[in-house]
Design a protein around this ligand. Structure first.
Ligand code: ZN
Length: 144
């Protein structure tokens, strides 16, 4: 499930492993195990949605008949709605189109991540978001 091909789940699991090393008592916490399982499952579901959207982009042809390739991932909030889309560019004529993602996976993942973060904060005083961010920065600066 958490492989380097799914970077988000990989990062989540890495950060949780670090917290588990620092706070060994977490190993016996059923509630933690449950929240973690749910988050990793939702991260995987979200990842599958992204993969499916990319597969759709690659199967779609441009109006000119040329092949499309995903070039960007647009992610944000517009008028209170969270949106998530892939921007694809035609390799022949260079025109771009965007493809909307289904939103369920993203919303479930975000909800599970917040539930786990709140629980860790409340029960152990651990800042999970901070650990995940520092893990991300460490990895982008120092390589593996
Ligand atoms: Zn084209």
């Amino acid at each position: 499930m958490a492989t380097p091909e799914n970077p988000m789940a990989y990062l989540l699991e890495l950060s949780l492993r670090r917290i588990e090393r620092e706070r060994p008592e977490i190993a016996n916490d059923q509630k933690y195990a449950e929240l973690k399982g749910q988050l990793l499952q939702d991260a995987d579901g979200h990842f599958r949605e992204i993969q499916a959207t990319y597969a759709t982009v690659l199967k779609t042809q441009c109006n000119c008949g040329g092949p499309l390739e995903p070039v960007d991932h647009d992610f944000g909030r517009s008028g209170g709605m969270i949106y998530d889309s892939v921007v694809a560019k035609c390799r022949s004529c260079g025109s771009t189109q965007s493809f909307q993602f289904p939103k369920e996976g993203f919303i479930s993942e975000a909800r599970s991540a917040m539930a786990l973060r709140d629980y860790l904060q409340r029960t152990y005083g651990v800042d999970y978001a901070g650990v995940a961010m520092s893990e991300l920065q460490r990895r982008s600066v120092g390589g593996s």
